[in-house]
Ligand binder design. Structure first.
Ligand code: UDP
Ligand code: MG
Length: 331
């Protein structure tokens, strides 16, 4: 359903996931608000635009800060997830919340790493007809060497596995309400947003920006979480690993078949085959391959298991409008 309005300026919702960000939120929330007012003043977006924080089950004072912010300015709004569900689910919760109220959404991390000034260009691209605008980092100088190389390897692996993603794009992106309504039909529980939006289609472009350093606090993506995201990204969107197992299986079978023929030939030529070392190493090798293969297949079966349950992808336990409702009744 198209939002009816005579105002040509789009309503923007900035969707901002927050997990244990009490240190950073008081700083970045000011910048977000400043940017919002700037965009309104430039007539690029409507006054009805909002900054929507999604508290992802934080254990610190993040939600209290969001509630305070919502009281301090009408452009701030917040929803809180019933528990920590991870960055991807937090962004999804915010996008789904905004899809019927906004014309455009921009998802952005709350730590100040993504350059808010790229928003002007993103909105301009939307005005020029793009329905999805990907924020792409053109410089990873502030990331550690390890993060840079692992991220590079990850993108390359994804492409090789047949998962379409935009190189160096994380989750800083503008998405129109039109795209979000189509995206709402993607019902999978295991989500990897940057690999899913290209599947929706529509006209898309990239906007380049310089990745900044985190303003405060620490990254919530240690190696283990990054690997989990990489694994999820691949197994949610590609079945190539299973195919590779089949191809590898065929190759190994072919090789062993040749080996058998070769040993028969050698036998008739009078050479007896010696050595158990080579035999056992081959058995161990095949055993290892089988275990890895079972693991990969198991990963997919696990995914199917989780998908068939169809559990909700996020549960919103509180909203800041509840507070304004309370204030209204007190009045
Ligand atoms: N985040 C979240 N839930 C989580 C982990 C992170 O909502 O379980 C948020 C976090 O508050 C931040 C964004 O996701 O706004 C990106 O996280 P972070 O900065 O820790 O990751 P990095 O930039 O280091 O990859
Ligand atoms: Mg960050």
């Amino acid at each position: 359903m198209e939002r009816e309005s005579s105002d040509p300026r789009p309503i923007l919702y900035m969707v901002i996931p927050c997990y244990n960000e009490e240190e950073v939120l008081p700083l970045t929330s000011k910048d977000f608000l400043k940017k919002l007012y700037e965009l309104i003043q430039m007539d690029m977006i409507s006054e009805e635009s909002k900054i929507l924080f999604v508290n992802d089950g934080s254990k610190d004072k993040t939600w209290e800060i969001i509630k305070q912010l919502a009281k301090s300015d009408e452009h701030f709004e917040g929803i809180s997830q019933s528990r920590n569900r991870g960055h991807q689910n937090a962004v999804l919760a915010g996008l789904m919340e905004a899809k019927d109220r906004a014309d455009i959404t921009i998802s952005i991390d709350c730590d100040g790493q993504d350059d808010i000034n790229a928003m002007d260009l993103m909105i301009q691209e939307y005005m020029d007809g793009s329905e999805i605008v990907y924020g792409v980092r053109n410089d990873r100088g502030t990331d550690t060497f390890f993060k840079r190389t692992s991220a590079e390897g990850f993108y390359k692996l994804l492409t090789w596995m047949g998962v379409e993603t935009v190189y160096n794009h994380a989750d800083y992106r503008l998405v129109s309400a039109k795209v979000l309504r189509e995206f709402a039909n993607f019902k999978e529980v295991n989500i990897f947003l940057r690999g899913m939006f290209p599947l929706v289609g529509f006209k898309s472009t990239c906007v380049y920006y310089k990745r900044q350093e985190r303003l405060a606090g620490e990254s919530h993506y240690p190696l283990s979480k990054m690997l989990a995201l990489a694994f999820d990204g691949i197994t949610s969107l590609s079945i190539k690993p299973i195919r590779m197992i089949t191809v590898f299986g065929i190759l190994v079978s072919l090789l062993s078949f040749i080996g058998v023929i070769w040993s028969v030939v050698l036998h008739f030529m009078g050479y007896s085959i010696q050595g158990w070392a080579s035999t056992t190493s081959i058995i161990c090798f095949i055993g290892g391959v089988q275990l890895i293969s079972l693991g990969v297949i198991g990963e997919y079966i696990g995914k199917i298991y989780l998908e068939t349950k169809g559990r909700p992808r996020y549960i919103i336990s509180e909203r800041t409008d509840d507070i304004s409702a309370e204030i209204n009744t007190i009045k």
